[in-house]
Design a protein around this ligand. Structure first.
Ligand code: HQG
Length: 177
C-alpha cells in the first residue's frame, strides 16, 4: 500500500480501537482487545493490509496479542478500558507537549486526562514538542516525575513507550519551551 492508504487505515483503526468501536459494530473487551477477524471484516480490509499498517505505523499505535488473533490500541483511548499495565518507575523527568492557550487551566488545576483515560507524557522533549505541535505552536512542560513518584503517584508505560498517569498537579510542572 502507499503512504496515503496506510495513513487512512491507521486513522480508522485509531478511531474505532480507541474511541468508537460501535460505529463498525465492534465491542472492545474490557482490556481493549478485539478479534482480528471481526475487525478486518468490519473494515473490509485484508489481514495482510492490517499487518502492514501495524508494522509500519510510525508510533506503533497498535499491537497484536501473543497469539496474533486479537489487536488493540496501545494507548489513547477515550472509551473506558483497563489495559492492565503494571505500574512502572518513570525516568526522573518526563515531558508534556501542549499549546499556550491551555497553560492557565493547566497551571491552575494540573494536567488532566481530558477525553482520554490517562494523561500522556513523553520521555523526550522532542516527542513532547511534536505532540504539542498537533495543536499549534508547541509549548513543552517538564514534569517532575521523581517527586510525583515520591509523593505516591503511579505511572504506567504503554507498549509503544508513552508514559501514562492519572493526573499531574501543577506543583510538578515547569514550562521549559
Ligand atoms: C490539554 C497523540 C486544559 C493537554 C499524541 C492537551 C499523544 C488541558 C489536551 C496522545 C488540561 C488533551 C495524547 C487542563 C491537559 N486544562 N487543557 N487541565 N490538562 N490539557 O489529545 O497529550 O497520534 O487528549 O495539554 O501524540 O495532546 O493519537 O492529549 O493539549 O501521544 O497516537 O488537553 O495522542 O497520539 O489532548 O495527546 P489529547 P495529548 P496519537
Amino acid at each position: 500500500m502507499n503512504e496515503k492508504e496506510l495513513t487512512r487505515i491507521s486513522k480508522r483503526l485509531s478511531l474505532h480501537l480507541r474511541h468508537d468501536p460501535a460505529a463498525i459494530g465492534l465491542t472492545l473487551a474490557p482490556d481493549g482487545w478485539v478479534e482480528v477477524d471481526a475487525l478486518v471484516r468490519a473494515l473490509k480490509i485484508t489481514r495482510e493490509q492490517l499487518d502492514e499498517v501495524v508494522e509500519t505505523n510510525n508510533k506503533r499505535r497498535f499491537a497484536f496479542d501473543e497469539t496474533g488473533t486479537r489487536i488493540r490500541a496501545s494507548q489513547g483511548h477515550s472509551v473506558p478500558v483497563d489495559l492492565g499495565l503494571a505500574d512502572a518507575t518513570p525516568p526522573e523527568v518526563l515531558f508534556h507537549g501542549t499549546v499556550a492557550k491551555f497553560l492557565d487551566p493547566i497551571f491552575h488545576e494540573g494536567l488532566r486526562p481530558m477525553n482520554r483515560h490517562a494523561v500522556h507524557l513523553s520521555a523526550t522533549v522532542d516527542t513532547a514538542r511534536k505532540v504539542g505541535a498537533r495543536r499549534g505552536k508547541p509549548v513543552v512542560l517538564r514534569v517532575d516525575a521523581a517527586a510525583m513518584t515520591a509523593a505516591g503517584h503511579t505511572f504506567q508505560v504503554s507498549a509503544n513507550g508513552v508514559w501514562l498517569t492519572e493526573s499531574v498537579p501543577p506543583e510538578y510542572l515547569n514550562r521549559i519551551g
